[in-house]
Design a protein around this ligand. Structure first.
Ligand code: FEO
Length: 408
């Protein structure tokens, strides 16, 4: 349990967790993970950046004690308060009560809830704030929602080292620690982005605007390898992953509407075709029709990420929307759909709950259900199909938003 030197003044004092196979219930960790914590020694004191999961506290403290005494600790920086990084914090505070805790402004109420004690010495910091350790300076970057509201990065100016928290991290356990020494972790890096950062792409781009201008010798994330060679390539990869994944044939001014449906006896399919025809009448909106019976969910998720509106057509079977619709809807948690126009329609035989249930899910995803759903019993009549065309037109106009009047 020895610390690992990253530079003359910076050391890794984290913990290895090679047997972990599931993280936060949903994330698979085929290689286990690491909880990275760091010690920085300045001429006027020591700083600790992040801690470890509680069960690994002994590893953390053993490594820390090999390098410093507790009374030397001047600053404790928590880039993120999730328990895998704050687990050893209560004990660290008990051992180094003189140390001041630096956290993001948003983290302050969370810290109080976490430690549940009075007399804590902590300070909320924001982009540009600094802490001096004498000949070493920590500068903070506020990078919220990566992937919690509290997240921030910390930059060690004199060594051009970014302590990035979960950003640029991955669940990959290899005691060789450095990106040029460990095994091939590309899959883990991409998987981590896809499951942790992808829903927050907008915030990733905000963070990159702060990070990209910095001189960068190395990136020290809170999980997985430390990027000491070509760190900027990881930054560039985050940018690439955060912009649209598919080339878009729709012009800059045009909007895109996807209409998904599945049909048991062709009735919801007829409705979908009429909705599509109506939407296609609106200039400035490119409407596309997909039968979920002929597609897999994964590629549709990529497609949905880049569009402005989505409509779902489902029959009601056994009082519910059908499984392919739910499969697609449940997959949307990994992307940002907040604010996109969402709508539902469908044919039904008896009770017709599917439309309402889909709408509830869309609202739960914070989508804009601007046009109330429509449903018709069994085979839609000519009038009902005309209502579907009207519904499609209304939907396209909602997708167009403020540009609708211009297009009209
Ligand atoms: Fe690694 Fe979000 O905690």
């Amino acid at each position: 349990m020895q610390p690992v030197a990253i530079s003359e003044r910076v050391s890794w004092i984290g913990a290895l967790d090679p047997t972990l196979r599931t993280f936060d219930i949903i994330l698979k960790t085929a290689n286990g993970t690491t909880y990275n914590a760091y010690l920085i020694r300045g001429s006027e004191g020591v700083a600790i950046v992040d801690t470890v999961k509680e069960g690994f506290s002994d590893h953390f403290f053993a490594r820390l004690e090999a390098l410093a005494s507790y009374d030397e600790i001047k600053a404790i920086v928590l880039n993120h308060l999730e328990p895998d990084h704050s687990g050893a914090l209560p004990e660290l505070v008990r051992r180094a009560p003189q140390a001041k805790i630096y956290i993001s402004v948003r983290a302050q109420p969370m810290l109080k809830a976490l430690l549940k004690r009075e007399g804590l010495t902590f300070q909320g910091v924001a982009t540009g704030d600094t802490v001096s350790l004498g000949d070493r300076t920590l500068r903070f970057l506020t990078t919220p929602f990566l992937h919690w509201p509290d997240t921030q990065c910390t930059y060690l100016e004199e060594e051009a080292t970014l302590f990035s928290g979960d950003v640029f991290g991955c669940h990959f356990c290899d005691n060789r620690l450095f990106n040029d020494a460990v095994g091939d972790f590309r899959f883990s890096f991409e998987y981590y982005f896809a499951h942790i950062m992808r829903p927050f792409k907008r915030h990733v781009l905000d963070a990159l605007r702060l990070i990209e201008p910095l001189p960068l010798e190395r990136i020290a994330p809170s999980h997985g390898p430390i990027h000491r060679t070509h760190p900027r390539e990881y930054v560039q990869r985050y940018r690439d992953l955060s912009v649209s994944r598919l080339p878009n044939e729709v012009s800059d001014r045009a909007r895109s509407l996807l209409i998904f449906y599945i049909s048991a006896y062709g009735n919801t399919a007829r409705m979908a075709e009429a909705v599509h025809a109506g939407a296609s009448e609106v200039a400035g909106v490119r409407a596309s029709l997909y039968d979920l019976e002929g597609g897999e969910v994964g590629p549709f998720v990529d497609l949905i990420e880049g569009v402005d509106g989505i409509a779902f057509g489902s029959p009601t079977i056994n009082g519910d929307a059908v499984k392919p619709i739910w499969d697609l809807l449940s997959s949307l948690a990994v992307i940002e759909v907040r604010g996109k126009v969402g709508a539902a329609f469908g044919s039904y035989g008896w009770s017709g709950e599917a439309v309402r249930m889909i709408e509830e899910r869309l609202k739960g995803l914070k989508m804009d259900v601007a046009v109330p759903g429509i449903r018709f019993k069994l085979i839609p009549t000519a009038e009902e199909l005309e209502a579907c065309r009207h519904f499609g037109r209304e939907l396209a106009l909602a997708v167009l938003g403020p540009d609708a009047e211009v297009a009209a």
